[in-house]
Write a protein of this length. Structure first.
Length: 81
């Protein structure tokens, strides 16, 4: 990939890791198989509503305004019964 010369000659260095690790970064949402994988909201962890968006099955949480496409609509863990 070719970057503009203004970027490559600016002397800015890319830091891959944070230099200050005294405050750990913690994810607010939980995308684990135990939460989202079972149809629960990654924010509030309550059961999400099954919706169809553009012919694709998705989970939705109105309270948190989150919509997540189902990994596999035929997966028993991802569909409500
Ligand atoms: Zn929620």
């Amino acid at each position: 990939m070719k970057f503009p010369s203004a970027w490559t000659k600016s002397g800015t260095k890319v830091i891959a890791k944070p230099t200050d690790t005294s405050t750990p970064v913690v994810a607010r949402i939980d995308m684990s198989a135990d939460v989202v994988g079972k149809g629960n909201c990654p924010e509030c962890r309550r059961p999400m509503q099954e919706v169809i968006v553009n012919n694709t099955k998705m989970w939705a949480c109105d309270a948190d305004r989150i919509t997540i496409p189902m990994a596999n609509a035929n997966d028993k863990n991802e569909t409500s019964t």
